[in-house]
Design a protein. Structure first.
Length: 155
């Protein structure tokens, strides 16, 4: 399975997480697990691994690894503080792994989706509804948007 086919397949658990989180405010464990499996398959086909290059781990790969780990640590502390749910945390970690090579693009698209969702949620609450913002829906939306962009541009 090629990297593009893996991306297309990743749209399914991402979309399911989006819908599931909107409907029930939960994300079943099998969705982030499926996304993580696809992420590992994509990484295996696209990332140069240590030992394949004379100099070892390339600097951009090292920088992205450090940035990704820092982001995961921040998410972990947000989860411990009760700001995000455990399903959101797992989905985000799987998404970060899926878009490891496009980390900056993913974070930018995610920020865009979170802002749009927060605005929509504000309107929803103004109309008398209550509840918290389901972050998994924004994460799933960001995944689908970035997958579409990568597949359509052939990146």
């Amino acid at each position: 399975m090629g990297a593009e086919a893996i991306l297309v397949a990743a749209a399914l658990p991402s979309g399911a997480a989006l819908v599931w989180d909107l409907r029930s405010r939960t994300i079943p464990n099998f969705l982030p697990l499926a996304l993580l499996g696809l992420a590992l398959a994509r990484l295996a086909t696209t990332v140069p691994w240590p030992g394949t290059l004379e100099s070892g781990l390339p600097e951009p790969l090292l920088g992205k690894t450090i940035l990704g780990l820092a982001f995961v640590a921040a998410l972990f502390f947000a989860w411990r503080a009760g700001k995000i749910g455990g399903g959101d945390l797992k989905l985000m970690v799987a998404s970060l792994a899926l878009f490891f090579g496009e980390l900056a693009a993913f974070l930018l698209v995610l920020a865009f989706c979170l802002v749009l969702q927060a605005l929509a949620w504000r309107l929803w609450r103004a109309s008398g509804h209550d509840g918290r913002i389901p972050a998994g829906a924004a994460i799933g939306s960001a995944n689908i948007l970035l997958i579409a962009a990568l597949v359509l541009t052939g990146a």
